[in-house]
Design a protein around this ligand. Structure first.
Ligand SMILES: Nc1nc2c(ncn2[C@@H]2O[C@H](COP(=O)(O)OP(=O)(O)O)[C@@H](O)[C@H]2O)c(=O)[nH]1
Ligand SMILES: [Mg+2]
Length: 447
């Protein structure tokens, strides 16, 4: 981090202004060389008007935002050049900076420096990257809350408790004669671990919500041919996306579309009707339908309510995971019987009435607890964070198991140490170079 980096922080196109950002130890020296006046002694956090001049030629009329270390984004000296927008001016200024000794920043390098210099932790750095990419209100709020520090506080509280507990166990092992220290009895340890476990579970469950906000919900619409799967897709999307006919086997490939349910993205996947067929193309479609069942967060199994349930319906029913299936009894406008005889979450609906599938939307909101998701929006969310919090939870579960199995306390202490370390990795207290590099690769240049 000895070099001084620069990048265009705004998107490169025609616009009123662009911002070129510089950070590092030589920032003030380099800017003074190319600016119409010396800025080395300018007060921090001020704006200065002037010109960028290169070999006697005025490149642009600009405003400089001068921020001196350490109270800056990177904790280094930073100058942001507000220049006229447009590709030529902005690139020209970048070019002059590079010639005067700046290095072009890598994607996310300013944020990486903010992290390495201890201004933000890894969880917060990740949130910055997500905030920039956020396309919905929910995603924006989720990222902003991760940046806000509440999650970090929760993680640090658990880590502090673990650390205190480990220290106490150590003292008990090393100095058994010091009876004025708190003696960690089996009962006391069980109680403490129980408390930690509860806090961890909260994080684990929250992370499930975080994943939904980040990635949306994948919904596979399956069933035998002609029950109305494609009609349901079209109805939900309010668009004639899939072809609908009364000919069985019309849908042969996967057809996808996205709708929003209270701000949560729902990815709908219409599939080929599952049944025995000799047609090669159709059978490949059926194969894809079965695969989509595996990849879905919830399966909507569609049944034709105008007919009796038959062996084909029952066969498909045997292929879907019961814990993530909702039955849609479609064609409720011609329903022959209320009694379906299937013990799974069930909705009646049809694609003929305007709001014929409102019940389904409500069922999905209920199934994923979407109203609760939106209330808090303080969750771990990236795949990296979720993996680590699950591992931390497993380590703690193992500690509890080992306690039940009367395993020696130093082994249990190892479990607690693992739990502590996994949580530390979430906030980047301990880190692995490769993970950090991968994480910042996904960032925009200039952030
Ligand atoms: N009466 C009635 N007919 C429907 C309903 N939904 C779909 N259909 C009809 O059922 C036939 C098959 O629909 P389609 O969506 O192609 O079924 P898929 O093969 O499961 O995708 C078409 O003729 C639709 O017009 C419904 O809610 N009520
Ligand atoms: Mg279809």
């Amino acid at each position: 981090m000895e070099d001084t980096i620069c990048a265009i922080s705004t998107s490169l196109g025609v616009g009123a202004i662009s911002i070129v950002r510089i950070s590092g130890p030589d920032t003030l020296k380099i800017i003074s060389e190319i600016f119409s006046s010396d800025i080395k002694n300018v007060q921090s956090h001020t704006i200065k008007y002037g010109h960028i001049v290169d070999n006697g030629e005025v490149i642009d009329e600009v405003l400089l935002m001068i921020m001196k270390a350490p109270k800056t984004y990177t904790k280094e000296d930073i100058v942001e050049i507000n220049c006229h927008g447009g590709i030529n001016t902005t690139n020209k200024i970048l070019e002059v900076l590079l010639r005067h000794g700046c290095r072009l920043a890598e994607p996310g390098e300013f944020t990486k420096r903010a992290y390495l210099n201890g201004r933000i932790n890894l969880l917060e750095a990740e949130a910055v990257g997500e905030l920039i990419k956020a396309k919905s209100d929910s995603k924006r709020k989720l990222s902003l809350n991760q940046l806000g520090g509440n999650l970090t506080k929760k993680i640090n509280n658990i880590r502090d408790t673990l650390l205190g507990l480990m220290a106490n166990i150590e003292v008990n092992i090393d100095y058994p004669e010091y009876t004025d220290n708190l003696i960690i009895t089996e009962d006391l340890l069980r109680k403490r671990l129980g408390e930690i476990s509860q806090n961890l579970k909260e994080l684990v469950n929250g992370a499930k919500f975080g994943k939904i906000v980040n990635n949306g919900i994948n919904v596979a619409i399956v069933g035998k041919p002609n029950v109305g799967k494609s009609s349901i897709l079209n109805h939900l999307l309010d668009e004639k996306k899939a072809i609908v006919t009364d000919i069985a086997g019309t849908t042969r490939d996967i057809i996808e579309g996205t709708m929003s349910l209270n701000g949560i993205e729902v990815n709908l996947i219409d599939t080929a009707g599952i049944h025995e067929t000799d047609d090669l193309v159709e059978s490949l479609g059926v194969q894809k339908s079965l695969e989509s069942i595996q990849n879905a967060d919830v399966v909507l199994l569609v049944i034709d309510g105008s007919k009796k349930i038959d062996a084909e319906d029952k066969d498909i029913l045997s292929k879907v995971p019961k814990d993530k299936t909702i039955i849609i009894v479609n064609k409720s406008d011609k329903l022959i019987s209320q009694d379906i005889g299937i013990d799974l979450p069930l909705v009646y609906g049809n694609t003929m009435d305007l709001n014929g599938l409102e019940g389904l939307k409500n069922k999905l909101i209920e199934f994923f607890d979407i109203n609760r998701i939106n209330k808090d929006l303080t969750y771990l969310s990236s795949a990296r964070q979720i993996d680590l919090v699950n591992k931390a939870n497993e380590a703690l579960e193992e500690a509890l198991n080992n306690l039940d199995r009367k395993i020696p306390i130093d082994m249990i202490e190892n479990n607690l140490k693992s739990c502590f370390d996994y949580l530390g990795q979430i906030i980047g207290d301990t880190y692995d170079e490769a993970v950090i590099d991968r994480l910042f690769q996904d960032f925009c240049v200039g952030k």
